[in-house]
Design a binder for this molecule. Structure first.
Ligand SMILES: C[S@@+](CC[C@H](N)C(=O)[O-])C[C@H]1O[C@@H](n2cnc3c(N)ncnc32)[C@H](O)[C@@H]1O
Length: 366
């Protein structure tokens, strides 16, 4: 019997990391409530209990526990402080960095990016990543970068804050080899605070970048970050923004499924770690929009969790249920075959390549 264990209380992360699941123990949570049931639920051996073999009661139990608001809130708070403490142990000064960003006056940046007439899709208004307002607030906007460093630190051993840049580099390496002649114009769909946008800009120097996101809070932070890059100040994090003399990206507050950008104008349309946040219909609509945006002969590239990786393929259904409490569309993401969808839309040279032990990049040529 495998000894690996799963701790559902650490699911409130931005990007699921199964190592957390395997390393943790329910005893750290210290909640007496339903202790016996929880013990059975959370100490199920992860690598022997799969979708096929896991009994339905585990899913019902997971749903039951998540449905008890006070318990869920305790789990949420506990998971959050565990993530912050671990980040700080690795040298990501979460509390001070977030406090520093939260103390700033964001009005000018917010007004510069905000599209007040934008109507948000219904699915975007749900709680995400344990933030009640999802991505629409200053707390997630000022913490998302810190969470990325903390979560991606665990992709490779030894764990380090270099995990996030390594993940981005693994994606950009795929792009460089697929586009050896470089590119001139790039759209980064779901650009958040700009981490993926800046990585793309550094990969293809001289290109013009457009970042699209539904969160004006995230875009305001992205705008601030691009100013820092320009002024060569770095951002004060342990891994500072690389200074960049390049033209700052244009930040567009829009849905990726209807960006309003000019058709057939981009050599590369990228979406990095976005699709797992989308319901199926939105994912398919964004593929359509990507097709509209990309030049003939240009490329669309999607990097995200790899449903075929051993980790996710073996995910027990109760784990998925718990994950859904913070990643509400994860099951829908796992159900979309991106390669098939690209082919259906008439793209050619559609390929899926692993770029980390749990991420893959799907690229397709228009
Ligand atoms: C997990 S973050 C990834 C951010 C970034 N690409 C990166 O690699 O760090 C997902 C981003 O997608 C954005 N997003 C989700 N659905 C969207 C949509 N329909 N249109 C535009 N942005 C969306 C969210 O606001 C969030 O900033």
């Amino acid at each position: 019997m495998a000894l690996t264990r799963f701790n559902g209380f650490e699911l409130l992360a931005w990007d699921f990391n199964p190592r957390w699941a395997m390393r943790s123990s329910i005893s750290t949570v210290g909640i007496g409530f339903a202790g016996c049931l929880c013990h059975n639920l959370f100490n199920l051996p992860l690598n022997t209990m799969t979708v096929a073999s896991s009994p339905a009661w585990t899913v019902r139990l997971a749903n039951f526990i998540l449905g008890i608001k006070p318990l869920f809130n305790i789990m949420k708070g506990r998971a959050r402080s565990m993530m912050i403490n671990r980040a700080e142990e690795m040298g990501v000064l979460w509390r001070s960095e977030a406090a520093n960003l939260q103390s700033m006056d964001w009005l000018a940046d917010f007004e510069a990016v905000n599209n007040p007439s934008l109507v948000y899709p219904e699915y975007y208004l749900k709680p995400f990543h344990a933030y009640d307002n999802g991505n629409l607030g200053w707390e997630p906007a000022t913490e998302v970068e810190l969470a990325a460093y903390a979560v991606h630190a665990r992709i490779w051993e030894p764990q380090s804050v270099e995990g996030d840049p390594k993940l981005r580099e693994s994606f950009n390496q795929v792009l460089r080899s697929a586009l050896p002649g470089g590119v001139q114009s790039i759209v980064d769909l779901g650009c958040s605070v700009g981490m993926s946008t800046f990585a793309l800009q550094d990969t293809f120097p001289g290109s013009t970048l457009t970042g699209v996101d539904l969160s004006p809070y995230f875009l305001a932070v992205a705008r601030h970050r691009s100013r820092l890059r320009q002024s060569d100040k770095g951002n004060g994090l342990q891994i500072p923004d690389r200074p960049s003399a390049q033209t700052p990206p244009t930040w567009v507050h829009a849905a990726a499924e209807s960006t309003g950008l000019e058709a057939g104008n981009y050599d590369l349309v990228a979406a990095c770690l976005v699709f797992h946040e989308l319901p199926r219909d939105a994912a398919l609509a964004i593929l359509q929009e990507a097709k509209r945006l990309v030049k003939p002969g240009g490329m669309v590239a999607i990097m995200d969790m790899n449903p075929q990786s051993a980790v996710f393929a073996k995910m027990p259904p109760y784990v998925l249920t718990l994950l859904k409490s913070t990643e509400p569309y994860l099951d829908q993401y796992f159900g979309v075959d991106l390669v098939q969808e690209f082919e259906r839309l008439g793209f050619s040279q559609v390929r899926s390549m692993e770029n980390s032990p749990r991420h893959r990049t799907v690229i397709a040529t228009r």
